[in-house]
Design a protein around this ligand. Structure first.
Ligand code: SF4
Length: 229
């Protein structure tokens, strides 16, 4: 794990416009979505305006350190891998995240963005794979879903539902059908780890055959959600 409080990255007044608050930058395996299994550098931005009841990254709500974008790029490069995932918290809650994503794409990385679905994704560089959550009623944050994001999704993107119970499963199937999400991009259903046995969700998908892909989070299986893994 690399959690850096980097004095060299501390901004002066002139460079404050080019900085982001970062909780951690670390190398691991991508645990989910399209790039699951690839060695990936994670850039975890600090802060999130949501409070999902199952959140596994509450340590990213506060704290962190200010990093210049150049210092972030240098730290990413140090790890020497092609895949970079910008995550949080909610990374888009910091407006300068858009510039970071663009710089990472310009540098030639294969870039993904994990976002809550509660913030406008229109400004995200089109080279980025956007992994957009749709918050179910069981999350406690369904009222935060920004529905105008859905028509912006393309085949590069993915939509993810974390399913807490059968009511969530039925709700999510209805949302997929109503918005024809499976025609825009791949749709992922994951069990909420502490609430729904993975086998149960898998059985529901086999029985009902919604046009979605079952997903388990590799990093939970491998490292039980240690920060920085
Ligand atoms: S959006 Fe993500 S980081 Fe924010 S509270 Fe929900 S699960 Fe946690």
């Amino acid at each position: 794990m690399t959690i850096v409080s980097d004095a060299a990255a501390a901004p002066d007044a002139a460079s404050a416009a080019d900085r982001l608050r970062i909780t951690e930058i670390f190398l691991s395996l991508q645990g989910e979505a399209r790039d699951a299994g690839w060695p990936t550098v994670f850039v975890r931005l600090t802060g999130c305006p949501l409070r999902c009841q199952y959140c596994d990254t509450a340590y990213a709500f506060h704290g962190g350190d200010w990093w210049q974008v150049d210092a972030i790029l240098a730290e990413v490069a140090r790890h020497g891998v092609r895949h970079v995932c910008v995550t949080g918290g909610e990374p888009l809650a910091q407006k300068r995240c858009l510039g970071l994503l663009r710089r990472l794409c310009d540098a030639g990385y294969d870039v993904s963005l994990e976002t809550s679905g509660a913030v406008d994704i229109a400004g995200v560089d089109p080279r980025v794979c956007r992994v957009l959550d749709i918050k179910t009623p069981g999350s406690g944050e369904a009222a935060r879903n920004l529905w105008p994001n859905l028509p912006l999704l393309t085949a590069r993107d993915q939509v993810k539902f974390v399913i807490c119970d059968r009511a969530d499963f039925d709700w999510a199937r209805a949302v997929v059908a109503e918005h024809r999400l499976h025609e825009a991009c791949e749709v992922l259903f994951s069990p909420s780890a502490a609430q729904l046995p993975a086998r149960e969700l898998a059985d529901w998908i086999v029985a009902e055959k919604p046009p979605v892909r079952f997903q388990l989070q590799l990093h939970k299986l491998l490292w039980n959600d240690e920060p920085g893994r």
